[in-house]
Design a protein around this ligand. Structure first.
Ligand code: NI
Length: 395
């Protein structure tokens, strides 16, 4: 039996898993029960789950029947956390945890990967290498993946595959496209220090608010005058706090923002550009600015032709050329990039939108739900990709 047929057979089981996890969503860094429940499923399949003492998420290794000492190990990843959203889908299996919802579809990722593992276990004896199964916590924090990389999770891995269920993409299409897919996400804080004075006597102080206003305006020149117009770049100041009273010249302003780009070159320059503007503009007012810049995930770029081809061919083999559709790259981010910085990787999308069934809400919306008929495809892709990767690389 091929993976497409096995996925049909396991479809109801995968849907049941999705509905179970959908009812018990847990926030980033709080996924203790989710971790336990996934571990139970893996044990039932004959795998040994490995946990972390001080972190959620888990991993297991499928040792292929035909693996040798030189064989490759492919990692399959699903993220498992939910969001602080009050669910309003009206589903009869809706969230039982008030104020928490699987609004980004990570419940589907858990179910699809469990389905993929189930199928791979049935073909274990044929596998030409090993498959490392990763259920990752805290994706929504933007840096949940970092812990695992720092704790050596990928040290014995040759490549990694992941996919996201996507509400802005029609079911049952899939997308495994070369090039940039999602943007980097780095955050910054600028603190501007001035000197307070009476609001009627600005000449006695240094106005931190006026300096901050100029800094915000100048920051946009990075996008419009430094960046290549063909390369998308976003610089957003999303928060500003300053001043004490309407008639006091403010001595302090704190601004927080985020930068997004698909270009690793531009990403490497952004911190310096923001610092130059913040410090010099502040100085021109006699004020002082300090920048704190925090690096989160880099861009997700499918730049490994061999992996792109294996994913493309795996999808086409099962569901025909028509199952794939283009999807524009986006400025949102995904901490899967932290895995891709360590080993070659590929990241795909599984469409979940179905206007005929009324499923049009996007990820992170309180009405987000999915056309469950795509879950079998996502599960089959995990299995087929891993199988084909090991076959291809052991030639
Ligand atoms: Ni997500």
């Amino acid at each position: 039996m091929n993976f497409k047929e096995m996925a049909e057979q396991n479809e109801q089981w995968v849907i049941q898993q999705r509905r179970f996890f959908h009812q018990y969503p847990e926030l980033s860094f709080e996924e203790t029960n989710t971790t336990k429940e996934i571990g139970k499923r893996l044990e039932e399949m004959g795998l040994e789950p490995h946990y972390y003492e001080d972190y959620n998420g888990l991993w297991a290794m499928i040792k292929g029947g035909k693996a040798t000492a030189d064989s490759k190990t492919i990692a399959l990843r699903a993220d498992i956390d939910a969001l602080p959203v009050e669910e309003h889908t009206g589903l009869d299996f809706c969230s039982k945890n008030p104020g928490v919802m699987h609004a980004c579809g990570h419940d589907c990722h858990i179910a699809m990967l469990l389905g993929g593992v189930k199928m791979l276990m049935e073909k274990k004896d044929e596998l030409q290498g090993n498959v490392k199964i990763i259920f990752q916590a805290a994706e929504e924090s933007c840096y949940g993946a970092r812990y695992y990389v720092e704790h050596g999770l990928l040290d014995d891995v040759d490549a990694i595959y992941g996919a996201h269920i996507w509400g802005d993409f029609d079911a049952p299409y899939m997308n495994f496209e070369a090039g940039p897919r999602m943007a980097s996400c780095d955050n910054f804080t600028i603190e501007v220090e001035g000197v307070s004075a009476h609001g009627s006597a600005p000449n006695h102080g240094i106005d931190a608010i006026l300096a901050a206003a100029h800094i915000i305006t100048e920051l946009q020149s990075i996008v419009s005058r430094v960046n290549d117009p063909l390369n998308p770049l976003v610089v957003t100041v999303g928060e500003i706090h300053g001043g004490q009273r309407f008639n006091i010249i403010a001595n302090k302003v704190v601004m927080e923002g985020t930068t997004r780009t698909h270009s690793p070159e531009m990403r490497a320059k952004t911190e310096g550009l923001i610092r130059r503007i913040a410090e010099h503009v502040a100085e021109s007012f006699g004020a002082k600015a300090t920048l704190k810049f925090d690096y989160y995930p880099g861009p997700v770029i499918n730049d490994h032709e061999d992996l792109n081809k294996i994913a493309h061919d795996a999808a086409v083999k099962m569901y025909g050329e028509d199952c794939l559709k283009p999807l524009a790259k986006m400025m949102g981010s995904e901490d899967f990039a932290m895995f891709m910085e360590k080993v070659p990787g590929i990241f795909g999308f599984i469409g979940s939108r179905n206007p005929e069934l009324g499923f049009t809400a996007k990820n992170h919306n309180d009405h987000y739900t999915v056309d469950e008929s795509v879950l079998k495809r996502g599960a089959a892709m995990y299995a087929q990709f891993a199988y084909d990767y090991l076959e291809e690389k052991s030639k």
